[in-house]
Design a protein around this ligand. Structure first.
Ligand code: CA
Ligand code: CA
Length: 231
């Protein structure tokens, strides 16, 4: 319907000498050094503060913001407490916070993963499975996870109009999600034709360059003001 319903937080590093450093460079280092934990906490708290600020403005009060959660961050014994603290400190409506988890969490320690996701779900946060279809997919486990959304990986969306296999996989993911009662988000949507094809297949939500490139917060707020005035 052309309505902005949410955003995904993407982290960039504005380095004093090297300029803008992309996550593909610094996230692996952060994971190797353990810096991923304070970094992940900072992202989570920053997003919750942003949601709290948006709650005061009618044009943005409905928005969700997604946070990518790394495996070491999710596995940390204090992760659920960290989420509780971030929600309580900012007073946000928990469902506005979306945590994006990856299939690699399903590779082992499944019972702990399910239990922890259940705790997060009981807080009211939204849970999405990111990059779906590229990793370790266990369909029997999938139905046990308290998820709200599946995100179709960009890799399938890229060639959805030209590669019959990608089209078939996208269709299969959408119908799988529908039969499990989950919403589907297609990521990496770059053209109107991709969006229309996926919408025709039953995809609910879309993100990607078709709508906007990643923006710093000031530009995002200007974008939201412009798109709100269009509607
Ligand atoms: Ca993501
Ligand atoms: Ca993704």
């Amino acid at each position: 319907q052309g309505v902005v319903i949410g955003v995904e937080a993407l982290v960039r590093w504005q380095h004093p000498e090297r300029g803008l450093v992309m996550p593909v460079e610094f996230i692996p280092v952060a994971e190797d050094t353990g810096m991923i934990l304070p970094l992940g906490q900072w992202v989570l708290e920053t997003v919750c503060r942003q949601l709290a600020a948006w709650a005061n403005w009618p044009q943005t009060a409905h928005l969700c913001a997604a946070v990518n959660v790394s495996v070491p961050q999710f596995r940390h014994p204090n992760f659920v407490d960290m989420v509780v603290n971030a929600i309580e400190a900012t007073g946000i409506e928990p469902s506005r916070l979306k945590l994006e988890l990856t299939e690699s969490l399903m590779a082992d320690r499944m019972e702990i993963t399910i239990q922890k996701m259940g705790l997060l779900k009981s807080l009211g946060v939204t849970l999405a499975l990111d990059d779906f279809g590229v990793g370790y997919s266990s369909l029997s486990m999938l139905k046990r996870l308290p998820l709200d959304q599946l995100k179709i990986d960009k890799g399938f969306v890229d060639d959805v109009l030209t590669d019959p296999n990608d089209a078939a996989i996208s269709r299969a993911i959408i119908s799988l999600a529908q039969s499990l009662g989950l919403q589907v988000v297609a990521e990496g949507v770059e053209t109107q034709a991709q969006r229309d094809f996926l919408a025709y297949q039953g995809c609910d939500q879309f993100q990607g360059y078709l709508f906007s490139r990643p923006l710093p917060i000031e530009k995002l707020e200007a974008y939201l003001r412009d798109s709100a005035s269009v509607i």
